[in-house]
Unconditional design. Structure first.
Length: 228
């Protein structure tokens, strides 16, 4: 059986959070909003509300001529153009495939939203799944089974790599997968899902995966931080 790994896309392989901030900077410069306006936009991103409510708040705050829906469409069009692949991701995926790994991508999004973000990653997966175009999305078990079936692999002994403790780590663990959390600047909360392996960046994930020749038995409480 080939070693098999499923990757998340946003903030795992591609810097989507950075792309959002780049859009805020562009918008603030284009509309002459100044530092305070940029601060408002960044704060709005952190507010736990729906995207529609955030765009409504932005339009109302600055008196923009667009409707909230129009501004949101502009954002959706520009965001993929600003998204950048994290350093090490393409080379790491190529190395996995060179050493016999089967790879899949599972993202909670539609193909129309996510395709352009992937750029140089398209040919590096045995299957790409855009969950919002499917019957279920992460962390629903249905979508994990669907990806494995389409990739022609089993979830037994497979890995799930992603930045979301709920969607990627808890979702993968519920299917019996080994899990690797790409933490970025986050610290692991004391409660909640416990990844088998923790790395700061996606570049640190590939040497660890390549060292695995098959299923790995890792205690749920154990965390492996890549050097650096």
């Amino acid at each position: 059986m080939n070693p098999f790994v499923i990757f998340d896309l946003d903030d795992t392989l591609v810097d989507s959070t950075g792309a959002i901030d780049s859009w805020f900077v562009e918008l603030a410069e284009l509309r002459a909003l100044g530092p305070q306006g940029l601060a408002f936009l960044r704060a709005e991103q952190q507010r736990p509300v729906s995207p529609a409510e955030s765009f409504r708040a932005i339009v109302e705050e600055f008196g923009f001529p667009e409707t909230p829906a129009e501004l949101q469409r502009d954002f959706a069009t520009r965001l993929p153009q600003l998204a950048r692949t994290f350093v090490g991701a393409p080379d790491g995926l190529r190395a996995l495939r060179h050493y016999g790994w089967r790879t899949a991508l599972l993202t909670n999004g539609m193909r129309t939203e996510q395709w352009e973000k992937m750029r140089d990653l398209h040919e590096l997966f045995d299957h790409v799944c855009y969950a919002d175009d499917e019957p279920a999305r992460k962390p629903d078990p249905v979508i994990f089974r669907l990806v494995a079936d389409r990739a022609g692999e089993s979830l037994d002994g497979a890995w799930m790599v992603g930045d979301s403790l709920t969607n990627d780590i808890a979702g993968g663990a519920a299917m019996g997968m080994s899990t690797m959390w790409v933490s970025g600047t986050q610290e692991l909360p004391p409660d909640g899902p416990r990844p088998d392996v923790v790395v700061r960046t996606i570049a640190e994930a590939f040497p660890i995966l390549l060292s695995m020749s098959g299923p790995v038995n890792v205690h749920p409480a154990r965390q492996l931080y890549a050097a650096g």
